[in-house]
Design a protein around this ligand. Structure first.
Ligand SMILES: *Cc1c(COP(=O)(O)O)cnc(C)c1O
Length: 232
């Protein structure tokens, strides 16, 4: 059963506040994306009306209907969080405001082309496969610094930070090393000035592990089931 949205929001807010307090973080530095990929158009509308302004979807085919009924009217800030096929770039760029899954040069080239045509600069997160699972998308961390240098040449892409997905763990504490490593990689990229300007953001933490991600420095958490539900 999907619980009433207001109640889920209040519970999540409390848990975010507690994780910030435990780790000495400023609550305002943690942004929430409501991941609506499991839920209906109606539930997505309700989420926006309840004050959740950031919407996340991971497949254009599934997001299309929602975007056309909501995003096309200027409502919400849209985050593309899933694997982005090169041939879907033309659908996504110009509609979604952020891309969290920039993980290869061929994708950067497509985004650059489409964004330039539209006169947009697209804020992107570089997705890294920190855990090294072969089922996960993402650039291998050892390629990060070279990749950042390459995309620094693309005027219509602005790298704003790094993104990763931790393996699903029953015990969320086990995800901590993955989040800690993403943060370390961001800090090292900044020390080396790999991108030319500082990367500030870390997109990490989902329903199962967001409190650990906040303790390790997440600035964007992506919440589906715990926030908007799975079947609404
Ligand atoms: C589905 C998804 C989420 C949210 O998943 P929950 O576990 O339901 O919070 C977050 N990030 C990405 C990339 C996803 O695909």
């Amino acid at each position: 059963m999907t619980q009433p949205l207001q109640q889920a929001i209040a519970e999540v807010q409390l848990r975010i506040g507690n994780a910030c307090a435990r780790s000495g973080r400023d609550r305002n530095d943690v942004n929430v994306i409501a991941v609506t990929k499991y839920v209906s158009l109606e539930r997505t509308r309700e989420a926006l009306q309840s004050g959740l302004t950031h919407v996340g979807e991971n497949r254009w085919q599934d997001a299309k209907d929602k975007w056309e009924h909501i995003g096309a009217y200027g409502h919400g800030t849209w985050h593309f969080i899933g694997h982005l096929q090169t041939n879907k770039v033309k659908d996504v760029i110009g509609k979604f405001h952020y891309v969290h899954s920039l993980d290869r040069l061929s994708l950067a080239e497509e985004i650059q082309k489409k964004a330039a045509k539209l006169g947009l600069v697209i804020p992107c997160f570089v997705q890294l496969n920190v855990s090294g699972e072969d089922t996960k998308f993402g650039l291998p961390p050892r390629e990060l610094f070279v990749f950042l240098k390459q995309i620094a040449e693309f005027p219509n892409i602005e790298a704003v930070g790094l993104m990763t997905m931790a393996p699903h763990e029953e015990n969320a504490e086990l995800t901590r090393p993955v989040f800690r490593e993403l943060r370390r990689l961001r800090d090292e990229a900044n020390e080396r000035m790999a991108y030319g300007k500082p990367l500030t953001h870390l997109s990490m933490g989902m329903s199962n592990d967001f409190e650990i991600a906040i303790e390790e420095g997440a600035t964007w958490i992506r919440l589906g089931s715990v926030l908007v539900g799975k079947d609404g």
